[in-house]
Ligand binder design. Sequence first.
Ligand SMILES: CC(C)(COP(=O)(O)OP(=O)(O)OC[C@H]1O[C@@H](n2cnc3c(N)ncnc32)[C@H](O)[C@@H]1OP(=O)(O)O)[C@@H](O)C(=O)NCCC(=O)NCCS
Length: 145
Amino acid sequence: MVKIEKLQKEDIEAVSRIEAAAFSMPWSAKDFEQLLEDEKSLYLVAKIEDEVVGCCGVTIVCGEGNINNVVVDEAYRGQGIAFAMMQELLNQGRQQGSVEFTLEVRVSNAPAIHLYEKLGFVSEGIRPRFYERPVEDAMIMWIRQ
Ligand SMILES: CC(C)(COP(=O)(O)OP(=O)(O)OC[C@H]1O[C@@H](n2cnc3c(N)ncnc32)[C@H](O)[C@@H]1OP(=O)(O)O)[C@@H](O)C(=O)NCCC(=O)NCCS
């Protein structure tokens, strides 16, 4: 069974490993440690039998939640884990004062775009050449009030 919990210091090594396997410019363990100190940031992990299998996070400024680092370990994809984690992140984000949410996603990332649309995100435009390694446009998605 999947449990969704707040990120804790002891989860950071596993989260960094999952990030490094999925992203060309992953966040370091130090980046995640700083988040634990940041009152504006809320990070969740998904665990199966106490093993971290995914994470996602939001930083809330002036009622606007900026979503980052949505990732599930490759071996556990396609089981609804990202959807469950993100629903919980949106719920907890709203409780912490976020009224709108935004994120960027590579235009070629069909699984992620599908996930975000299922959660209610709508594309509001393209930011050309937003990403590096490789260079690619970003789709900017929002959930408005
Ligand atoms: C995007 C990602 C987090 C999805 O995680 P996941 O746990 O597999 O997603 P879920 O199982 O909750 O799937 C949610 C929806 O996306 C769909 N989906 C998942 N993988 C898919 C794929 N390869 N192609 C198309 N749709 C896909 C699912 O079908 C599901 O929709 P459905 O219920 O209508 O079928 C995962 O693929 C991942 O970690 N990718 C690498 C990191 C990444 O790109 N993160 C996003 C950065 S913006």
